[in-house]
Design a protein around this ligand. Structure first.
Ligand code: CIR
Length: 267
């Protein structure tokens, strides 16, 4: 097993999926209007540029017209340094996205495992420096967590089941890893106790949506519009890079969901 330690936020590569031409039909919990495809594409370009500025090589996969939500590529796989695990997204309209991405993942990883039962969305998985947390949610069920747990156990990784707060799409909607032992979390998730033993940085009042950020090498990439939380992170020494996210937010997308990040030990 390769230690998660640094590889939970030190990455050499990222895979993104260019936005579907049908992005305006993306799933959403609440109607805040359809995303505008042109503005979405511009925001996505800014997001990819932020990844590149953080020092990763970005692999761009072609858009999938049949899958409006496929830009949220994080939900189809869990990338670990030595292997990739193909997941089973829980929304029926997204079920085919994983297989549609398998061939591209095989090009980047020597080994590909598959979750064969239940459902797991990548947005419910947080790899920290010492364990892999998987949040039970409307998209991720017990059967999926058990199936994923068996694969991780065989690979020598510690997995822990946690609860995604009610009404929250994914576990990582409410948290992000900042370093091996530090997480950014909304107060509601911090209070659940799932991060006991970790250092927690809470999002500022009324800035809960800032929690879906990503630490990539020396940068923290977060959505624009959360100045107090950005200031808190900067004051702790993080290099914060804010990118526009208004269009993705209309269909419940944030920073983590638009890329698969990994450290390529075999290339
Ligand atoms: C969905 O509901 O599946 C998409 N509209 C948003 C997915 C966001 N994914 C993520 O946070 N990992």
């Amino acid at each position: 097993m390769t230690s998660l330690n640094l590889h939970s936020y030190r990455f050499s590569d990222a895979i993104v999926r260019l936005p579907s031409p049908n992005i305006s039909q993306g799933l959403r919990a609440e109607d805040r209007g359809d995303p505008d495809p042109e503005r979405f594409a511009q925001d996505h370009d800014a997001y990819v540029a932020a990844l590149e500025q953080a020092g990763v090589r970005v692999h761009r996969l072609p858009p999938l017209a049949d899958f409006p939500d496929s830009v949220f590529i994080e939900d189809v796989a869990l990338c670990l340094p030595e292997a990739v695990i193909l997941l089973r997204p829980g929304a029926p309209s997204r079920a085919g996205e994983a297989e549609a991405t398998a061939a591209a993942l095989r090009e980047c990883f020597p080994v590909l495992h598959r979750v064969e039962d239940g459902h797991v969305d990548g947005g419910d998985i947080l790899a920290t420096g010492r364990e892999i947390l998987v949040g039970l949610s409307d998209r991720t069920d017990n059967a999926g967590i058990v199936a994923l747990g068996e694969i991780l156990d065989n690979m020598g990784y510690a997995m822990r089941k946690v609860e995604t707060p009610p009404g929250v799409l994914h576990f990582k909607t409410d948290c992000a890893l900042l370093d091996e032992n530090t997480v950014l979390a909304t107060p509601r998730l911090a209070q659940s106790g799932c991060f006991d033993g970790y250092e927690i940085v809470e999002t500022a009042p009324d800035e809960e949506a800032a929690a879906n950020a990503i630490r990539v090498n020396d940068h923290v990439i977060m959505a624009e519009g959360f100045p107090v939380t950005a200031g808190i992170l900067e004051s702790r020494g993080y290099h914060v890079h804010c990118v526009p996210n208004d269009e993705a937010a209309r269909i419940d997308g944030g920073m983590s969901c638009m890329s698969l990040r990994f450290f390529a030990i075999h290339q």
